[in-house]
Design a protein around this ligand. Structure first.
Ligand SMILES: [Ca+2]
Ligand SMILES: [Ca+2]
Length: 507
């Protein structure tokens, strides 16, 4: 019995002093963002559905701001710290997605009212969830009357034909969408006022800015400082739909707090949405980011969104279980690697979906509890061990299909390993990378890796991953002192119990 109590107490005593350190300076890479397509999330108020048509995936489906508010507890419970909403301003007809602005100063009636949006922001803030709004400054919705009223506010109506010509990409029309003439100072002032208005009016925390690469850099050089002057902490995330890390880096330089990391997306998709992904290729994805961009750590990472196929649909490798397994591995990379992870609604329940509108189906909440729990575990991993969010990344061991990385801050070192291969694999990590007399404790599933000579040998099953915290291997002196103090007390209790029993027996 005494041994039993000691065995129960030992881990508790050993864990003293091994709690995760408080994080480093707050940055947006510490956020864990959940991306919501408002019309396709939750119908919180059927009275505003209007012409919604569940039979037509290109029509409104009924999702609204009241629905988002209703689901804030769901989002909080999963461990997310911020939400990004697709645009909610009044749209041109059929603009269920929100990207066809009609009026920047009104909420689209399908989504609700200004009051409902203010309530959403307040309810989110009450739960420590930040709110990021999608904002389109490149264009208005189709056939907007403003083009006739103020022709000098728009570029000439000619569609982008040559996507390799930067001047066309920036100054021609994206399909039939009226392209703002951002060389006109009136237009610049107007768009700065719009951005400031919603922050002042509702207290939102940031903007995800759409189609940034379609707007000339000169606009951003005026817009960003003007908005930041009034709201220094406002988060500005640029959507730059481009697989070239040099292009991404050029927008970081303009002053955006973060830029969508499409190179990371393409890299992870290429190695994880198939069998036997290459560790070498994966590593080159990380290296290119940091080579070109000193702010690589702060880029927004994702494995799917509303403009690309859902990851699980990309991972057509045969077998639903295998595809879901690859989705879990890709999500693991999203959370373990540097960047601010964004999870698109539905990914946490493994929703499939091809190209638009397949990737924009109405959210289904009550399914795949196992995947939901997995996403929650990953959010907790970043929450409890901030080195996964802010730490510098270093490759510490690699073979054909398996890689081991270290993430380090000044206070904390953590390790993660991914095996993309079809075989169980072991990799020896030099003790120089971790230090002597340590042990690696698995976080996703239990594992204890002890030092073996001059290395630590990490073993992973085929297609699996794990993250590890580093703990001192030997019992520390404080623990021994603590055990030394508690042991006599326990002995005394046992003695008293024993004596009582003896007395009872003699009676
Ligand atoms: Ca509705
Ligand atoms: Ca443009």
């Amino acid at each position: 019995m005494r041994r039993g109590i000691m065995l129960l107490l030992l881990p508790l005593l050993l864990s003293i002093g091994l709690q995760p350190m408080a994080g480093e300076a707050a940055g947006w890479e510490k956020e864990r963002m959940y991306f919501i397509m408002v019309d396709r999330f939750e119908n919180g108020d059927p009275s505003n559905d209007r012409e919604a048509d569940p039979e037509n995936p290109k029509a409104f489906q009924g999702g609204d701001l009241a629905g988002v508010t209703k689901r804030l507890d769901y989002i909080k419970e999963k461990g997310f710290t911020s939400i990004w909403l697709t645009p909610i301003f009044k749209n041109r007809p059929n603009g269920y997605h929100g990207y066809w602005t009609d009026d920047y100063y009104e909420i689209d009636p399908h989504f609700g009212t200004k009051e409902e949006f203010k309530r959403l922001v307040k309810e989110a803030h009450d739960r420590d969830i930040k709110v990021v709004l999608d904002l389109v400054v490149n264009h208005l919705g189709p056939n907007h009357p403003m083009v006739k009223e103020k022709p000098e506010w728009f570029h000439k109506n000619q569609p982008i034909m040559n996507w390799n010509n930067p001047s066309e990409v920036e100054n021609n029309w994206l399909f039939d969408l009226p392209d703002f003439n951002t060389e006109n100072p009136e237009v610049v002032d107007y768009l700065i006022d719009v951005a400031n208005y919603w922050v002042d009016e509702t207290g939102i925390d940031g903007y995800r800015i759409d189609t940034v690469r379609h707007v000339p850099a000169t606009f951003w050089e005026t817009f960003i400082p003007a908005v930041k002057e009034k709201h220094p902490d406002l988060f500005l995330l640029a959507e730059v739909f481009d697989g070239d890390p040099r292009k991404i880096a050029s927008y970081s330089k303009l002053g955006f707090d973060s830029v969508t990391n499409f190179p990371f997306y393409y890299g992870v998709k290429d190695q994880f949405a198939r069998k036997n992904g290459s560790a070498e290729e994966l590593d080159s994805v990380y290296n290119r980011d940091t080579t070109f961009n000193p702010n690589a750590k702060g880029l927004a990472t994702f494995i799917d969104n509303h403009d690309i196929k859902r990851f699980i649909t990309e991972a057509k490798i045969g077998g639903a279980d295998e595809e879901e397994r690859q989705l879990r591995l890709a999500l693991f990379a999203l959370y373990a690697a540097p960047g601010m992870p964004i999870v698109y609604q539905g990914t946490e329940v493994a929703m499939p979906g091809g190209e638009d509108p397949g990737n924009r189906m109405m959210m289904t909440f009550d399914q795949n509890k196992k995947m939901q729990q997995y996403v929650k575990t990953l959010n907790e991993m970043r929450q409890d061990y901030p080195a996964f969010a802010t730490g510098k990344q270093r490759l510490i061991a690699k073979t054909d299909h398996m890689a081991v990385y270290s993430r380090e801050t000044k206070q904390q070192q953590v390790v993660y390993a991914i095996n993309l291969g079809e075989k169980k694999t072991s990799l020896r990590v030099s003790a120089k990378e971790i230090g002597d007399d340590q042990r690696l404790r698995g976080l996703l599933f239990s594992d204890l890796v002890r030092q073996d000579g001059d290395a630590y040998e990490i073993t992973l099953d085929a297609n699996s991953a794990n993250s590890y915290v580093i703990e001192k291997s030997q019992v520390n002196w404080w623990s021994i002192v603590a055990i030394g103090a508690i042991a006599p007390i326990l002995a005394l209790i046992l003695l008293l119990v024993h004596r009582k029993r003896m007395q009872r027996q003699t009676k």
